[in-house]
Design a protein around this ligand. Structure first.
Ligand code: ZN
Length: 376
């Protein structure tokens, strides 16, 4: 190809790209929400990890290809913790997950710069589909909040919120180097206060209970969690996975487990009815949570009832970590099929797309305003 024809084909390609962008932008001028009820298998992803516990993952453009036209928007975050490869512990075996070694995890603040740079490399139309989140702070450090503020002033125009970050997380909390995080630590209050001031949406992971808890006992961390949430009524908080984990409230085929799961939904419903917790939403992300929801006809009926009754308070998310393929990514949404098919059109739309847009649009707007007011 001659230099000239390559220049011409480049400019033709550029013209097509501009046209495509225009079509995309005109198409997007209407929020997804306006196209109610929308395709029943489309969604926004309120919980997505681009990278894993050793800070490796997929490229944001690979993720865009996976999103295609089925996913409108997505949160974008890494994982704040890095799994150390301790030669003394696992030798030549390089762990990529926290269950694969006894070595500690430590806070890896560079994740925020990595996510910001990935976002900034995108076109404005592509950027509009993402809500990047700050995660690389230590919630047990009174200085943690300063990191968040510093990230906003270093990368203005990028972030919509903070999280997913964890306080109590089975297998993980006890492995984190340094002081163990706690729901009663004032360092966390400082972070949530600042989130209210700047308008940052918060995605907080904190298990409601200890692993393998007794079925009839009050969940270990429930009271602390509620009082934390009530101390921060002006902060928009999404409680990740409805407080569940892999072995926190496992649903088994036993009657005992079924009863347990009933209690879980009662707890959530009590919170949904509490006006002092109106600022709290719940994400139904993670395939481990989906397993509980669709475990039996009874569990499906319970989940359907609560989503239909409180459709404004739940957000779908995949909680996938650097998915290798569309199949791996969409599997989580599809696990919920027995629930989706039983929701009212309104509840389905809100949980899949509407609540995301309401919370994150507001987050974006408020954080941009805070950044303007505090520009250096
Ligand atoms: Zn997650």
């Amino acid at each position: 190809m001659t230099r000239r024809s390559s220049v011409r084909s480049t400019s033709v390609a550029a013209a097509f790209a501009a046209l495509a962008m225009l079509v995309l932008m005109v198409g997007r001028a209407q929020p997804l929400d306006a196209q109610a009820p929308g395709p029943a298998d489309g969604f926004n992803d309120s919980h997505f990890h681009l990278t894993n516990y050793v800070q490796q993952g997929i490229d944001v453009r690979q993720f865009l290809a996976i999103m295609g036209t089925r996913v409108g928007r997505s949160t974008l975050f890494g994982i704040p913790l890095q799994q150390q490869w301790s030669y003394g512990n696992s030798g030549d075996f390089a762990p990529t997950y926290y269950l694969q070694t006894d070595a500690p995890l430590y806070y890896y603040s560079f994740t925020d710069a990595y996510i910001a740079m990935a976002y900034r490399a995108l076109t404005p139309a592509e950027q509009a589909r993402f809500d990047p989140m700050i995660t690389g702070f230590n919630p047990a450090d009174m200085y943690g909040v300063d990191h968040i503020r510093r990230v906003l002033t270093t990368f203005p125009g990028v972030f919509s919120g903070i999280g997913e970050f964890s306080i109590h997380k089975e297998f993980v909390s006890s492995k984190v180097a340094g002081e163990t995080a706690s729901l009663t630590n004032p360092a966390l209050d400082r972070i949530l206060d600042f989130a209210a001031e700047a308008g940052l949406v918060v995605i907080l992971h904190s298990d409601i209970d200890m692993p393998f808890a007794k079925t009839d006992a009050e969940p270990a961390y429930l009271a602390q969690m509620k009082s934390l949430l009530k101390r921060h009524p002006k902060t928009t908080i999404i409680w990740a996975h409805v407080g569940l984990g892999r072995i926190v409230h496992p649903v088994k085929a036993s009657a005992e487990a079924a009863e347990r799961s009933d209690t879980q939904l009662e707890i959530v419903e009590t919170m949904l009815k509490d006006p002092a917790l109106a600022h709290v939403s719940f994400d139904i992300s993670w395939d481990e949570v989906a397993k509980y929801a669709v475990a039996s006809p009874e569990s499906i009926a319970r989940v359907v009832r609560i989503l239909n009754q409180y459709p404004d308070r739940f957000l779908f998310g995949t909680d996938t970590v650097a998915p290798a393929s569309p199949a791996a990514y969409y599997a989580v949404f599809d696990m919920w099929a027995p629930v989706w098919s039983r929701l009212t059109p309104e509840a389905s739309r809100k949980v899949r797309t509407g609540n995301y847009e309401r919370l994150f649009d507001e987050g974006r707007r408020r954080v941009r305003a805070w950044e303007q007011a505090h520009a250096r």
